[in-house]
Design a protein around this ligand. Structure first.
Ligand code: PLP
Length: 384
């Protein structure tokens, strides 16, 4: 890996914090026991798992019994939506979500349609937010679940989760939130957010990939397991526990809790400095997402006239993301930007800067200079 490249794609994934790696190492080497074994190797592994569960619970302000370990947020989202749909099938078949959700939610709802479940996909406003009034209007006597993300992974917009939770509670509808991008960066206490279930993943908070959790409030309906096997994780998520990963998730949660007290504003300050410099030196920039209600490290910009893929190819020392996906035949605009009403042509110019814990003011200067240089050159070439 080229260490000269400045990493600003922390919504895609984050590097493992050194403290997290150090906590994991014994469980990748000498302490390799299966947490289900009853000999000392197994007991040591299970002790580590339970300590990590407490660390996760402390960040979420919940009790350890309310945390189920999974392989990441895709699995947590699938388990929450499909598991609640199956568990509540007797009561109804209607789910409510939004058009700006992650594909782990959208595609799960799409596939449930083949099994007789119906989903209402609510629109979002121009910032990417769901309206609690729209949520209330969409509820029917057959509604068994609603799922809305805490903060959007592309544009960083924060949903009014507590207000939506109040609507859900008023109508007695279980409320799941894909809270992957918010947990560890925004207030993370489940009780104050008011959600019944929430998905999180370690690799967005400086932990390892392939490990996550699902918070299930004590008095919420229990998702029906979508896997069959041993009885681990209370039977909700059977399978041999990923002890090293779980230890890493626990350590990452503890670090995040401490970091939120001190570091959050630093990231937002760097992000704003980057935005300011780009706006001052380049015209025709459009900020995607809410100007205030957004993740501290998120800066999603459209550079009019410059295709995001061309810009990324031109950036030699910066790692950022486009707001579009390539398939073999075409480049498709992000479904989130389209849902926000951004015209297709403009959406294809979107670039996501995801600043994180380890970025510095010096890096912001270098990134800004390089982006200004490449955008100016591409605009010149295309006559814009
Ligand atoms: C909002 C959101 N949900 C779900 C996921 C999937 O998480 P994981 O990679 O842990 O499966 C991601 C990661 O890209 C995400 O940003």
């Amino acid at each position: 890996m080229n260490n000269d490249i400045i990493y600003m794609d922390n919504h895609a994934t984050t590097p493992i914090a050194p403290e997290v790696l150090a906590a994991m190492m014994p469980y990748l080497t000498t302490n390799f026991g299966n947490a289900s074994s009853i000999h000392p190797f197994g007991v040591a592994a299970m002790d580590a798992v339970e300590k990590a569960r407490l660390q996760v619970a402390e960040l979420l302000g919940c009790s350890a019994e309310e945390v189920i370990f999974t392989s990441g947020a895709t699995e947590s989202d699938n388990l929450a939506v499909r598991g609640i749909a199956y568990a509540c099938r007797e009561k109804g078949n209607h789910i409510i979500t939004s058009t700006a959700e992650h594909h782990a939610i959208l595609d799960t709802c799409h596939t449930l349609a083949t099994e007789g479940f119906e989903t209402t996909y609510l629109p979002v406003d121009k910032y990417g937010r769901v309206s609690p009034d729209d949520v209330e209007a969409a509820i029917t006597p057959r509604t068994i679940l609603m799922s809305f993300m805490y903060a959007n992974n592309e544009v960083g917009t924060i949903n009014p989760i507590a207000d939506i939770a109040a609507v859900a509670a008023k109508h007695g509808v279980p409320f799941h939130s894909d809270a992957v991008q918010g947990i560890g960066q925004l207030p993370s206490e489940m009780e104050s957010l008011g959600v019944d279930l929430a998905s999180l993943t370690a690799h967005k908070i400086y932990g390892p990939k392939g490990i996550g959790a699902l918070y299930i409030r004590r008095d919420a309906p229990r998702p029906q397991s979508i896997f069959h096997g041993g009885g681990q994780e209370d039977g909700v998520r059977p399978g041999t526990l990923n002890v090293a990963g779980i230890v890493g998730l626990g350590a990452a949660c503890e670090l995040a809790k401490n970091y939120m007290k001190t570091g959050k504003n630093c990231v937002a300050t760097l992000r704003d400095a980057l935005h300011l410099k780009l706006t001052a030196r380049l015209g025709d920039i459009h900020l995607n997402g809410h100007p205030e209600q957004r993740l501290p490290g998120n800066l999603n910009l459209c550079f009019t006239g410059v295709q995001s893929h061309a810009l990324l190819m031109g950036l030699k020392s910066v790692a950022v993301s486009t707001g579009s996906a390539c398939d073999s035949e075409s480049v498709k605009a992000s479904h989130v930007l389209v849902a926000m009403g951004i015209p297709n042509e403009l959406a294809l110019t979107a670039v996501r800067f995801g600043l994180g814990r380890y970025n510095t003011a010096e890096e912001v200067e270098i990134v800004a200079d390089e982006v200004i240089k490449v955008v100016s050159r591409l605009r010149e070439l295309s006559g814009n």
